[in-house]
Design a protein. Structure first.
Length: 157
């Protein structure tokens, strides 16, 4: 399972739109966690050596959420993210999966587990906070470039 998970290089079924290495690694981490959880909780998956239909559907949902992540390469772990992009039921399901598979990742996928811990330290601001700070800066500096006023439209002093 370890080699198969690490050799996918972020390409999910049907091709992935995860463009940055960080998001592909985040997806691989989630994929490995789901595989661990599914193999231990779903009998049909353990017999076949693959994830069950429900877990594959959850992974597809997780991939869609990662594709639309506004943080991109600077994405924090989901637990530290100020934006909750998962629906409540899927967020709870992800929490259960991660609580079970997280400790097991240390032994089965040590590099992904280590990088996930490093990503937990990553600090990000809410996009609205960035927008507010930019608006305050623009209000304080009337000569700042804005969308309406390009660099050539500044008032000449």
């Amino acid at each position: 399972m370890y080699i198969a998970c690490m050799n996918k290089h972020g390409t999910a079924a049907g091709g992935s739109l995860l463009l940055t290495p960080r998001l592909r690694r985040e997806y691989r981490t989630m994929e490995c966690m789901v595989e661990i959880w599914c193999a231990d909780h779903h009998d049909e998956a353990a017999r076949r050596g693959a994830t069950c239909d429900d877990c594959r559907a959850f992974l597809a949902y997780a991939e869609r959420r990662l594709e639309k992540c506004p943080y991109g390469e600077a994405k924090p772990t989901c637990a530290k993210c100020p934006i909750h992009c998962y629906k409540r039921a899927q967020r709870e399901h992800a929490r259960v999966i991660m609580a079970y598979a997280g400790p097991r990742m240390t032994y089965r996928h040590p590099w992904l587990a280590l990088m996930h811990l490093v990503d937990k330290v990553r600090k990000v601001e809410h996009p609205m906070e960035i927008r507010r700070r930019r608006a305050r800066r623009d209000a304080a500096d009337p000569h700042a470039t804005t969308r309406e006023n390009g660099p050539d439209d500044r008032l000449q002093e």
